[in-house]
Every structure is written in structure tokens, then in C-alpha cells.
Design a protein around this ligand. Sequence first.
Ligand code: UDX
Length: 478
Amino acid sequence: MSDISVSQDFSLDKAAITVLGLGHIGLPTALGLAELGRQVIGADDDAAKVQRIRAGDPNFYEPGLVELLAKHLKSGQFQPQEDVAAAVRAGSIIFICVGTPQKASGQADLGQVQAVAQVVARNLNGYKLLIEKSTVPAITAQWLRRTILRYSSRKGGPEDASASGAGPVEFDVASNPEFLREARALEDFFHPNRIVCGVESERARRILENLYSPLKRPLVVTNTSTAELIKHAANAFLSMKISFINMVSDLCEKVGADVGAVARGIGLDNRIGPQFLDAGIGYGGYCFPKDLRAFIHLAEEHGVDFGMLQEVEHVNQSRVEVYVSKIRQALWNLRGKILGVLGLAFKAGTDDIREAVCLKIIAPPRDEGCILRLYDPQAMPNTERALPASQQISYCTSAYGAAQGGHALLLLTEWPEFRDLDLSRLKSLMEVPVLVDGRNPFDPGTVRQAGFEYVSMGRPDMKPAGQHSHPGTLAASF
Ligand code: UDX
């Protein structure tokens, strides 16, 4: 692939931007920058992925992304590129958005980040600002700088690579962590609560300030290690809020309290805030689980006690057993029972099943001989690749299809369409009207009136009207 035209004039507004890695972070970032009027080259070493993107397919579901991709393929402001080296040569501002998966030890695997740094080192044909967007442990930026110096000097160095041959070419490394939520990535790109910029030079600060000025959002400028640590600390704190309310939810069930009311009662304190206090089956996804473990690992490496976060992870992992025991209590023997499963994605609004608690929850009933009828508005293709249809597993075209003949219905992902289901119709389709609710979208009284045995998280169980309830439930139903 021939070199793309290199923009020589490094005017802040015209510097070409290269985004390396076109996944859940890279593609929304690239298209967001294109929407801000910048010229963006998007590169990925998965050529097939780039070809699908060039054909208008983002490779994953994200609200609004298909439309923005079509718009900027058409406008020419976003250029997909298979040749990573050519994309590096063409860009002056280079975002690293490659994956940082988790090793068995919990440590972040930074192999892809290092590989990208080596490509940059060998293609320093002018000043470049290398920006970490991927979530990386603190001090990664220092390793990036060291890697670029090592590999550029050893392989004919910047002086050979620089077009003018006028001495070593300079570069900077910055950290600009993303705070994009899946299913709201574009909203979070254009309306972030804050933009964190970790820089080691005045020039890098100026470039980032210029880049993000159109968003008119608070800029937090720090050194690179601080910016890297902010990202891990933010995700760890949000994970902690979720495990906190889930821990409280377990106690609510013992004393007949309502965890939803507890969340409202504490969340109205503006020092606590109402968000991320939804009790349920816990957090999943590609970020919280791995970022928490990477943060804990980083602390352990430096001899700092992060026992609190280990407990956050423990509470989250225990959600699977907490929920599966509800199924057992509702159904007695599991073998041969038909379970309708509503929700497979790790959360609503995405097709992503990575670290989805849903898939961990359905494993024990499957292993014990249950028949599983699965439905999710978006995540079934991804799930079927991991869990092919079989005598025990079938994929349904609707929630009602999943409920057909069911001995229980499991609500596992908080899709809004599930909240609007016709409960009477669901009940009429089922063999036994049991609803085990893992996300609490339903009002217990409404479900009870529809004739369901209703079990949810952190709220008193509701038996169908007329059945005996223990005092705690009676109190809660008035
Ligand atoms: C998260 C962070 O929110 C985002 O800032 C960061 O950039 C990436 O990681 P994401 O993983 O997309 O985003 O999902 P998020 O919306 O944070 O939810 C994470 C998990 O927590 C989901 O499984 C969700 O179901 C669960 N969750 C969320 C709860 O169980 N209770 C809540 O109250 C909120």
C-alpha cells in the first residue's frame, strides 16, 4: 500500500490524525474526531475488519455508529486503512486504541500496545504525538517513550527516517483515557463529564487542548501516570458502587427490606449520587472486570494493599451463585426443566457478551440438564458463536418465544423492551409461571397480580396473591 500523503504543515487544526485499533473505543473515537471536522485515518491489523468497516459495517452494535460511519466514509474525513505503518507515517497525532486484554494473573496484556510503539518508532517521518486512549496501567506511557527511543535509534533511527534528514525527529507521548460506555459511546464522546489529558510537554498539552476545544468540556491536565491511574480508579470506584449495593441487597433479602428503596434513599445524598446503585447480577463487560484486576495487580506490584477491591471482585463473582440458588429454590430439581432466558449481552444496548454474567449464570442449569430457550435483542449472533444451538440450547426470535413451555423465565439483561412485556401473555405461554428477575425492572406487585411466582434481587419475594408469605413480605406488600 503506497504511503498516504503526509501533511507537512503541523498546524494544530490541520494535523492528520491516525487512530490505531478500530474496536469499541477506536472506531467511535475516530468517527467522533471526524465529526469534529478532523481528517482521520483509521487503521487496524485485522484486514478483514477494515474491509468490513470500509463497506460500512462497524463489526459491532453501537447506537448511531453505523450512521456516523456512513457519513464520514462518504465525506472522506474518515479513511480506513489496513497498512498500519502507512497510517502511522500519514498521521501527526496518533491515538492508540488497541486491546489491553487480561492475562491469567490479572495483569493487563500490553503486547499490542508495545507492537504499535515499535511501528511508530520505525516510521517517525516527522513530529508525532502518540496518545494512549486504551486503558493501560500507570507508567505505561514511560514504557512507550522508552520503546520508541530504543527501536527508532536501533533501526536507522529518526535521523534516517526524517524526511528532511535534519537530525532526530521529536515525538511526545500523552495519556488521554476514554470514559466511553458501550451503548452510549458516541454520547460519551461528544458530551464527556471531563477530558483527562496526561502530558509531559507544553506542545502535547496545546495539541490536546486544541483537539478537544470544540467539545467545551472540563479539561483535567496532569502528568501521564496520573491520567493513566485516573482511568483505573474511576472504573474501580464504579465497580465498587455496584458491589456495594449488591452486598446490601443480600442483607435486604434477609431482613425483608427493598434494595431499590435503599438505593434511592442513599442516592439522593449528592455526595453518593443515584447512579451505579442498581442491584442485580453484577457487572460484566470488557472493562470493569479486567480493569479492576489490572488495578489490583498494579497495586500488588508496588506492595500496596488493595484488599478492598479484591472484596469488590469477590462480591461480584458471588452474584452467579446468588442468582442460580434462586433458580434452584424456585424449581427444586433442575433436570429437564425448560428455562426461558431473557438477555445475553453484558448490559442493555450492546451486542457484547464479553464477561457477560448472563453466560456464567446459564452454565450450571445447562450442565444440570435444563433446556435453555435464549433471547436477546442484539447479542444472539455473538452468543451462538460461543454457545451453538443444540438439543439443550435454542435461540428464539422473541421473549415470548423464549417463554414458550417454560418452567421459569430468567431476566438477565436490563433491555427496556423486557420491562414492557405483556406479563399475562408470558404467563399463558409458560408451563409454570415463575419469574427470576436479575435486574429488578419490574414492580413486584404488578408481576404478582399477573399470577407469577416472582423472585428478584434484594426485594422481598412475592408469591401469587393468596399464597402464604412470611411476615417480611406481608409488610412489604402493603
Ligand atoms: C464502563 C464505564 O462505565 C466507562 O466509563 C468505561 O469507559 C468503560 O467501562 P461499560 O463497561 O460499557 O462502561 O458499561 P457500564 O455501563 O459501566 O456497565 C458495566 C456493568 O455494570 C454492566 O454489566 C452493567 O449491567 C452493570 N451495572 C451498571 C450494574 O450492575 N449496576 C449498575 O447500577 C450499573
